[in-house]
Design a protein around this ligand. Sequence first.
Ligand code: NAD
Length: 492
Amino acid sequence: MTSYQLFVNGEWRDGGDGSYPVVDPATEQVVGHAPEASAADVEAAVAAAREAFEGWSRTGPGERAAVLHRIADALLARTDEFVPLLQAETGATLRVASSMQVPVAAERFRRYARGALEPAVEPLAPFPVAATPLAAGGLTSAVAARRPVGVVGCITSYNFPIVNLAGKLAPALAMGNTVVAKPAPQDPLGCLKLGEVFRDAGAPPGIFNVVTGSGAATGAALVASPEVDMISFTGSTAVGRRIAADGGHTMKRTLMELGGKGAAIVLEDADLSTAVAAIGSTWTFHSGQICTAPTRALVHASRYQEAVELLARYARALRVGDPLEPTTVVGPVITGQHRDRVESYISGALAEGARLVAGGTRKEHAADSQDLPGTGFYVAPTLLADVTPAMAVAREEVFGPVVAVIPFQDDEEALAIANSTDFGLYDYVFSADTARAYALAARLRTGNVGVNTAQRHPETPFGGFKQSGVGRDGGSYGLAAYSELQSVVWQS
Ligand code: NAD
């Protein structure tokens, strides 16, 4: 059994407070032990990042680009080591683990290797300024220059550990920042192993450090540190709120990617097979542990019955079980505690009057034909119909393979329901009339809208309205997120 170590200043060190087991959600076996960082470990990691900042922030963009390309190469070279580790600690199906973790993370390093070369200085038009008691008049020039923020604490959620982290780390490094990462307690091993990649790539020590811990203390120590300039956070809205409050004491810059409660509005003219496949991604893509999942299917009353039937057929056909079986589509959720939480939303919805059409908790499932494996934290793809917007399952984030179907009568009602939660991360509109869908998008209080697709565009700004987040990353927006704007003014 491998015991992993913290990665601080390019060196490995044991966690000052010992270690804790990381469990495979499918087998319930220990995958490895992660270090439990002490307060002194966090302080050492922050000090290393602070010291490295001086040199790294002054390197040329070409040098930063070369380092990021070497990191992508080194990561890909270790694909065979990363895939089984990431698969085991996340419980992702083999298909997701092999295609959507290492290659996507490597592509993020490549994207921001190119990003390091993007212009960081914007010239402003010369401005004729009259003489004032402050200074002589004259034609005055200026630029707006993007400078690195400094030391960035990257605190991430579970599900796609190295992909999430690379989405922060790569643009932060490209802009000349240094990083202390604090991965999720449930699946931190791949992120710790990234230390090997940085060493293989000959990256300067201290530009990337990783500290882990089983509880909130490690992340909280980063948020409290006056030597950390920015917190880039992906996780729940509850923890984001806490970080915003605690980080306010030292006026931390924050980028917050928080929870979601995606609405998929299915208009009366929609192609239902397209809509069902997209909504079905809540079941098929990492067991619905995806912040952008279309978990609320809002369906026009004239298509409601048909949509419920098609969704039910889709859900029942999905194979649930061992993520290592190539035919498995739905693997486990991350922990037993999380499975219980997801189940409590299902039972709560049934108690509030929703109708169970497919799946259900283990209790309902025991009576069903498709048994769930006895070991592992499985939730069957669940479809709840006749849900009302007031039910908890329609308002709160479940983060599991659960779809709630809600009927609506007209566009106004669909918009009102879609906008009725505290979240605003990713909504979807399905319609044969894309101009109508585009007009509806403008009235959705959400950071992202998919029209007839759940597919992403990697260059778009990504982030949330309302309590789904603050700020944007993605494409070149990610570079802006990890920079401070500095004005430089001169007269010639
Ligand atoms: P979480 O909020 O419980 O934990 C996220 C991270 O915060 C973990 O690393 C955790 O250890 C750390 N943390 C906990 N308390 C802290 C504190 N007081 N100070 C500093 N750090 C602290 O989230 P989770 O359960 O790991 O992930 C699921 C959530 O993440 C869902 O809400 C999901 O929507 C969200 N998510 C959002 C996005 C996005 O891009 N918007 C992507 C993936 C996941």
